[in-house]
Design a protein around this ligand. Structure first.
Ligand code: SF4
Ligand code: ZN
Length: 312
């Protein structure tokens, strides 16, 4: 397999694009794709301040790397969840997942001269994520819903307090297609309505964007490896056995037989929505009001779900 650009031996072959590239041209091609999607979906401009949510994994660090390379003003935000071997609620492996991912995020920031904000959930709220999950779920189920709630709250708060225009996350096509698949199996109109590469700013919340949403997981993996980015190899121990991993496997089987199927699934969804597939749901959008404690918009009367949880 030869590089389409220079004819040298290819390092990455992308069947879905019928494209193979050598290392040098792959490392040019991928950021150029991201730039194209930033423009096409009107994610942000060069004069806007971007906050990148960095987990220490390959996608978020690569996103930060790419935005920096493309000349955007992007700072990082690392949220320390306090997930380690002692508090993992019976999850196996993942010893000191949080400490190691924080170290890699800090190392990346220092190596590139970039600014990284660090928020420690335990210091801010008195408990780690597994402890919050234990308190609110009494040991039943995974901490992922609590974790998602806390991460959203922290990201929104930091973006607002520090004046960022836009919040960027490293979700790739595999992540997005798996969520879409799950929402489609149950036809969850409300969730489908909110899924997309750009979530416009709303009352007091920064715009949210996913600049990697059209890139396959393996394309991002190849990027991180070829760029020599040191990232946390282990997933969060709570991700093991999750339905989203199962959906990813199913979609990979489909992709294997029909290269491009995953991308087509996601893009045709965006197209259908643009044509008004969810027009009815869009009419009945819930009204939001600011939480009396933290000021973030919430649909329930009174405190938002984060403040309700933390106040107990
Ligand atoms: Fe949080 Fe669950 Fe993701 Fe782990 S797998 S980081 S607990 S949402
Ligand atoms: Zn609140």
């Amino acid at each position: 397999m030869k590089c389409r650009t220079c004819g040298k031996k290819a390092s990455v072959n992308m069947r879905q694009h019928k494209l193979a590239l050598c290392k040098e041209h792959y490392l040019e091609w991928l950021p150029a794709q991201v730039e194209r999607f930033i423009q096409k979906y009107r994610m942000f401009a060069h004069d806007e301040k971007i906050l990148v949510a960095v987990s220490g994994g390959k996608d978020s660090l690569s996103l930060w790397d790419i935005l920096h390379y493309l000349g955007y003003q992007a700072d990082g935000l690392y949220i320390c969840l306090g997930i380690d071997s002692s508090t993992s609620l019976g999850a196996s492996g993942g010893a000191d997942y949080s400490a190691e991912s924080q170290r890699l995020a800090e190392q990346f920031a220092a190596g590139h001269g970039l600014k990284l904000h660090i928020v420690n959930v335990q210091e801010q709220t008195g408990k780690t994520i597994p402890e919050w999950a234990e308190a609110s779920l009494r040991g039943r189920g995974k901490p992922c819903s609590v974790c998602g709630l806390v991460k959203r709250h922290v990201m929104n708060r930091i973006a607002r307090d520090l004046g960022y225009d836009v919040l960027a996350t490293g979700h790739n096509l595999d992540d997005e297609a798996a969520v879409l698949f799950g929402n489609t199996l149950t036809w969850s109109g409300e969730y489908l309505l909110r899924q997309g590469p750009v979530l416009p700013a709303t009352s007091g919340l920064a715009r949210k964007v996913k600049p990697l949403f059209r890139l396959y997981e393996r394309e991002m993996l190849a990027y991180a490896l070829l760029r020599g980015i040191e990232y946390i190899y282990d997933e969060c121990p709570f991700a093991l056995g999750s339905t989203s991993i199962y959906y990813k496997e199913l979609l990979n089987k489909l992709e294997n037989d029909r290269p491009g199927a995953k991308l087509a699934f996601y893009l045709s969804f965006l197209e259908a929505r643009k044509k008004g597939l969810f027009a009815e749901q869009e009419q009945v959008q819930q009204e939001l009001h600011p939480c009396p404690n933290c000021g973030q918009p919430t649909s329930a009367p009174g405190l938002c779900s984060f403040c309700r949880m933390v106040k107990h």
